[in-house]
Design a protein around this ligand. Structure first.
Ligand code: ADP
Ligand code: ZN
Ligand code: MG
Length: 493
């Protein structure tokens, strides 16, 4: 019987917007503030008689997200008062949106399926409680009170824990592309609550809300656990209670926190201290024009423009800056290919090879150097122009992969261009064939064993001799050239 039980998940996601000031006052919105209760004023502390003022930037950023997620934007919207008591809520109510959210009826595609977005609204964050077991008390920090908080609510369209995680990850990426929030889950800038139910095909069961999902991993693990827990309850013929449960990351269990509250518990009513919002078409057009290329479009374009693997593309899409660096390098290389000095024409196949070579070096060596600079806090000095030149040199065989490492390290240290470096450091390849031949003869004369092996058909012997030649020249000979010359000399020998 339980085989026909299907999990259904709906998400409620809160996102702190990266505005300069708070939602209804001019206090700084600084998520990194270390000193408690420093970014506060009578407005966000809820003193009597003060008047809130709507933060335009927050409204704009929320609508931007709504547009990016295919929502209808309300032409007339407003704020509502949500009353409840909690020590981190200085006013005794939160200004939120209940009746007419800014954005409604959107969707985000995950695995090719539309996950419907019920609404996206704007509200204010609460303060933060700090529980101190040492002093046996709780402290409250109001720096976060009144920070603009965007809430996105999906329809119950997700079908697995993994899919819920993918939704949250794709949303985070979109928020970053839009530049509206860093949406770091570990820092609480993005907070995911998951509603989970099990029902027989086509019907929804009683849902349980899970809180305290503080990482993508927790989102997936918490939902998985809850699906299993509910399945066991239903299998034993009992009923699931509608409640809120908290995810305990260490124990990997959900624990009951409270039974469900209803909208009427909050006594919602239109916020009398704020004017309604009118969103006109000119304003909306302006926002639409600001929407950048989004992750999904970028994936598709990368597939069209560069012959890369899905895996490589995903790294470039997830790491937006790295993807943009890659594109600049390729664009430089395309110019180089076209440039008048180049006598030969490169075939499509050769151009693909060049792109692949760039991608390989960017995803390995360059990324390692970027990390190194990030850790040490240094500026990253390798420009895409210089890096493209570097790739061209490798492609043309002007430097071996061994020399390439030395050159790149030097580029990282000084920011110099690669042609300068190889000249200055005397890393230029030996071009003179007679010189290479002379060296090849020397190598052969002291490696008779390898020569005999080669004669008797062992191909590894040639590799060994090439290696010796590379070593002798400190890598300053093109490996292909070394192989050709060695073969020739061995024939005559
Ligand atoms: P409530 O009235 O309890 O707040 P809502 O209809 O506002 O419920 O939905 C809250 C969240 O719960 C939404 O993300 C929605 O998709 C999700 N949800 C609603 N019903 C279910 C269900 N049966 N199973 C899983 N998620 C659900
Ligand atoms: Zn304030
Ligand atoms: Mg609700």
């Amino acid at each position: 019987m339980s085989d026909t039980l299907q999990p259904t998940i709906g998400l409620e996601i809160h996102v702190e917007l990266n505005t300069r000031s708070k939602m209804f006052c001019s206090c700084p919105n600084d998520p990194n503030e270390q000193h408690p209760n420093i970014n506060v004023c009578p407005v966000c502390m809820g003193h009597p008689g003060v008047l809130p003022v709507i933060n335009k930037e927050a409204v704009r950023k929320t609508i931007k997200v709504g547009v990016a997620l295919n929502c209808q934007i309300s032409t007339h919207s407003r704020f509502d008062r949500k009353s409840y008591f909690y020590p981190d809520l200085p006013k005794g109510y939160q200004i939120s949106q209940f009746y007419i959210p800014l954005c409604q009826n959107g969707y985000l595609r995950i695995n090719g399926r539309k996950i419907r977005i019920k609404e996206i609204h704007l509200e204010e964050d609460t303060g933060r409680l700090v529980h101190s077991s040492k002093d046996n008390c709780s402290l409250v920090d109001f720096n976060r009170a009144g920070v603009p908080l965007m809430e996105l609510v999906t329809e119950p369209d997700l079908k697995s824990a993994k899919e819920a995680r993918q939704f949250a990850q794709e949303l985070q990426l979109i928020l970053r592309y839009l530049g509206v929030s860093n949406a770091d889950m570990e820092k609480g800038q993005m907070r995911v609550e998951a509603n989970v139910s099990l029902g027989k095909e086509g019907r929804l069961g009683t849902k349980v809300e899970i809180k305290n999902l503080n990482s993508f991993r927790s989102v997936e693990r918490g939902i998985e656990y809850e699906i299993k827990r509910q399945k066991e309850i239903l299998d034993s013929g009992k009923r699931v209670i509608q409640e809120t449960r908290g995810w305990d990351e260490k124990q990997e269990v959900t624990e009951s926190q409270r039974e469900k509250e209803y909208a009427h518990d909050y006594r919602y009513f239109p916020e009398p201290d704020l004017p309604p919002l009118h969103i006109d078409s000119v304003y909306l057009k302006g926002i639409k024009a600001e929407i950048p290329e989004l992750p999904e479009e970028r994936r598709k374009r990368f597939v069209r423009e560069y012959a890369l693997s899905q895996k490589e593309i995903e790294v470039f899409v997830k790491n937006k800056d790295l993807g943009e660096y890659f594109e600049k390098v390729v664009s430089e290389l395309r110019d180089w290919v076209k440039s008048v000095e180049r006598k030969i024409q490169l075939s499509q196949k050769e151009q693909k090879k060049l792109i692949k070579l760039s991608s390989n070096y960017i995803l390995t060596d360059l990324q390692a150097l970027l990390k190194k600079a990030e850790v040490s806090g240094e500026d990253f000095l390798i420009t895409p122009e210089n890096f493209a030149e570097f790739i061209a040199m490798i492609y043309e065989g002007r430097i071996s992969s061994r020399i390439a490492k030395v050159v790149l390290e030097e580029m990282f240290k000084t920011g110099a261009d690669p042609s300068h470096i190889i000249e200055e450091k005397g890393l230029i390849q030996i071009q003179d064939i007679s010189e290479i031949e002379k060296l090849a003869r020397e190598i052969i004369s002291v490696n008779q064993k390898a020569v005999e092996d080669y004669r008797s058909g062992k191909t590894t012997a040639l590799q060994f001799l090439i290696g010796q030649l590379m070593k002798k020249t400190k890598g300053k000979v093109n490996p292909q050239k070394a192989a050709d010359v060695l073969k020739r000399v061995l024939q005559k020998y």
